[in-house]
Design a protein around this ligand. Structure first.
Ligand code: PEP
Length: 251
């Protein structure tokens, strides 16, 4: 049985005071939640603030990006070791906004995934097709390639540990959600690709989140699909009540 995992991607939102308020409200409702893994991924600037608030609870801390090198002359970057130092357990890698605005390629994402695993961080690897790719019937090819390249060369332990987030780019922040059937179809495809890359047992162990305008009103139906193992939540994660409701819909 895969334990569902719901992560809030706060993106570039929340100053210290606001982050304190949001993390405190989430903690109030979810501190003892054990049937769903709950992760908060705030911006770097408030990782310490949020980490201190959720310390000694069931809620885990994650970052939204990292560099693949351990240290050195990489101005503006943050390493996996630095994230571990702040008690992060997770890191989102290859989010479509980073692929689009920071030109991250699958090869870059693959280097980051390996560096994260080496540092004992769990990567949440984002994949997903653009609207024009879906309309041109290229979803299967695009997502297959992203999974193959982003997860290339992992050993079985790293492979099983890695979380994948299927996020159709046309559904991110648009209010347009993939239907449960559309999402399930791609999740099942991803699991078939994972089985070919490793073995069916390992593929069954990997958790695959759905992301893209998930909210309290659609979470239950999406999360009840057989291959949807949680959610990566953007907009709705900025509201404690909405986020908590999604987590509770997961288990
Ligand atoms: C995201 O950016 O990971 C995301 C899923 O955003 P939203 O929930 O706002 O669509």
């Amino acid at each position: 049985m895969r334990k569902k995992i719901v992560a809030g991607n706060w993106k570039m939102n929340k100053l210290v005071g606001e982050a304190t308020e949001l993390a405190t409200a989430v903690k109030r409702s979810l501190a003892d939640k054990t049937d769903v893994e709950v992760v908060l991924c705030p911006p770097f600037t408030v990782l310490k603030t949020v980490g201190d608030i959720i310390a000694n609870t069931q809620v885990k801390l994650g970052a939204q990006n990292m560099h693949w090198e351990k240290e050195g002359a990489f101005t503006g970057e943050v390493s996996a070791g630095m994230l571990r130092d702040l008690f992060c357990h997770y890191v989102i890698l290859g989010h479509s906004e980073r692929r689009q605005f920071c030109h991250e390629t699958d090869a870059v994402v693959n280097r980051k995934v390996k560096a994260a695993l080496t540092a004992n961080l769990t990567p949440i690897v984002c994949v997903g097709e653009l609207l024009e790719q879906r309309e041109a019937n290229q979803t299967e090819e695009v997502v297959t390639n992203q999974v193959l390249k982003s997860l290339a060369g992992l050993d079985e332990t790293g492979f099983r540990r890695t979380v994948i987030a299927y996020e159709p780019v046309w559904a991110i922040g648009t209010g347009r959600t993939a239907s449960p059937a559309q999402a399930q179809e791609v999740h099942a495809l991803i699991r078939r690709v994972l089985a070919k890359m490793s073995n069916p047992g390992a593929a069954q162990a990997v958790r695959i989140q759905y992301g893209g305008s998930m909210k309290p009103s659609n979470a239950k139906e999406l999360l009840s699909q057989p291959d949807i193992d949680g959610g990566l939540i953007g907009g709705a994660a900025l509201d404690a009540a909405a986020f908590v409701e999604i987590v509770n819909a997961a288990g």
